[in-house]
Design a protein around this ligand. Sequence first.
Ligand SMILES: [Zn+2]
Ligand SMILES: [Zn+2]
Length: 421
Amino acid sequence: MTRLIACVFLVLLVLTGCQTASETELDWFKGNLHTHTLWSDGDDFPEQITAWYEANGYSFMAISDHNTIADSERWLTIPKGTVRFETFERYLEASPEGWVEWEQGADTVRVRLKTWEEYAQRFQKPDSFLMMRAEEVTDRVEGKPIHVNATNIAEYIEPQGGQSVVEVMQNNVNAILDQGERLQQRVMPHINHPNFGWAIRADELALIDGERFFEVFNGHPAVFNHGDSLRHGTEKMWDVVNTIRLRDGRPMMFGIGTDDAHHYQENAPSRANVGRGWVMVRTSELTSDAVLEAMDSGHFYASSGVSLQDVSFDGTRYHVSVQPEDGVSYTIEYFGTTADHDPTPIAVTDPDTGDLITYRYSDEVGRLLQRTDGIEATFEVTDEFLYVRARVTSDQVMDRPVMDMERQRAWTQPVRPGQSP
Ligand SMILES: [Zn+2]
Ligand SMILES: [Zn+2]
């Protein structure tokens, strides 16, 4: 018997050894899944934007324009002497000979926007740059903007509508997942900027079936990542969502970072610029299947500037180490909710109308559990926790911050005791 146990233990050791060996072959790939172009309300040509991402260390991207997948013949008329005309001139200058399709008018030029097939074919390179077709499915209900990103789709998805915030989100998520099912293609829906237009509450986000992702960080200046005096920011919303979901025995939601870039002509806190938020995905190869599968498994982190060396979880020990930059200091914090937390939502209502504004939750939901100054930390995720997640903050201000003095960060995904990540 003892011998049998020893053998089983040995097999486990070997298996664990194998896993560790294969993990060393995994790479981190940087990507942005939310960006706009002239196909909707972005202010540059898709090729110019893609070229920026390619030149700035990104391995993959998804251009997600509002309610279009860039598949039709679209001509823009641009008056001479405008900022847009200068954008056109830069585009012409930067493009290969004969690439731009345009016509000269008296006081204008007409230029055709390249379709996704055209520009993706130009930039995609096996093993070095991956483009996934995407759309920001842009819907509305009760005067609130409900935006759901659809990554790696093949066909246009019409906004599905619905009677409530939850129904509109669910209908759009279902339409995205249905397309993936029908075309046998791995697709990824993610809920965009829940605090934009104060559209989506955490308790509503928690209810969406089949949705595993939302934007914990979005680089657009109008999306209220940090909430306001009444409403929770996106990080606390994330904690509320996962606390509710785990109480109900449902899968957790992961947090992503995106640019939601619109403005490429001027960098300013008031503009939606590139390079603010992204994801780092750990996988073995740069294909849409591999990247999206890794994200589905939580093998990624969101970042607004901090790079991580390693994130590992063996069912108990949750370890995070930073890829440090010279002269920069880091703080690693773990957050989580214990099973015995106070779950009571507190309604915040408008004093004049009595209408519900939001729910607030106690500090026991997403409590700060441990803070370490340094580039490495470990936290024991014991059975008392529903989940635990980590956040790393550097002492450096973000490149092009929206908010004054906003520090660079990384957010790792939540883990549950005894589970693989
Ligand atoms: Zn949006
Ligand atoms: Zn957007």
